[in-house]
Design a protein around this ligand. Structure first.
Ligand code: DX5
Ligand code: ZN
Length: 219
């Protein structure tokens, strides 16, 4: 499978969000990565349901919603209504993770689990066969534009073998600090989806940068 590109709208220009959505629609981007932060689970607040509903109207591409919030189960139905196709919750925020996963699936969304850089991937062992996506954080969540944590590469390799052993179909998404320089190594380690915020929106020609990320994959 070709690697998927999921630009993070956290780095978009919120004063011209519609233009940025159009740019992504015209680009080779596969998913829209939407980062929701509550100022409690992470030390930052981003955007929430009304913004996601608006973005939903501006694209037919997959809306990949990454919840960095406490008690995500309380809001799963609202995010479905807002238009999420994939909903990821953090393992560190979910003492009843299995229940959260079942709830997301019952609502008709793909279920993702996000894990922080310090959390062992082995903690996913008993749910890995049930989920559609692992959002592996390669920076500490909360902010765009941070530096990729190199140890993530080992975690990708471990997770890839766990998924194979469980005969699972979860995609591995790498989130944080992805650049044109480190993307080849991330893909080689076994990633399926690359999130890119600053690399895409901070570039002079975002569409060309997305195409470049895609080209690494096809080369
Ligand atoms: C970080 C978010 C990321 C972030 C990635 O908490 O989950 O999705 O926007 O941004 P970059 O690619 O700039 O690291
Ligand atoms: Zn994210």
């Amino acid at each position: 499978m070709a690697t998927l590109i999921a630009p993070s709208l956290l780095s978009a220009n919120f004063l011209r969000l519609e233009e940025d959505c159009k740019m992504l629609n015209d680009s080779q981007a596969d998913w829209f990565h939407l980062d929701v932060m509550d100022g409690r689970f992470v030390p930052n607040i981003s955007f929430g349901l009304p913004v996601i509903s608006a973005i939903r109207k501006a694209t037919t591409k997959i809306c990949d919603v990454h919840l960095m919030i406490e008690e995500p189960g309380k809001y799963a139905e609202d995010f479905k209504k807002a238009g999420a196709d994939i909903l990821s919750v953090h393992i560190e925020a979910c003492p009843h993770l299995h229940r959260n996963i079942q709830q997301i699936k019952a609502l008709g969304m793909k279920a993702g689990v996000a894990i922080n850089p310090h959390t062992p991937v082995e903690w996913l062992k008993d749910v890995i066969a049930d989920i559609d996506l692992v959002c592996m954080m390669s920076v500490n969540p909360g902010f765009g534009g941070q530096k990729f944590i190199p140890h993530t590469i080992n975690k990708i390799r471990t997770l890839r073998s766990m998924i194979n052993e469980a005969d699972g179909s979860a995609l591995i998404e790498i989130d944080g600090g992805v650049t044109l320089e480190n993307a080849p190594g991330i893909i080689a380690a076994g990633a399926d989806v690359l999130v890119a915020g600053n690399t895409v929106f901070g570039s002079k020609d975002p569409k060309a940068t997305i195409a470049q990320l895609k080209n690494i994959i096809h080369s």
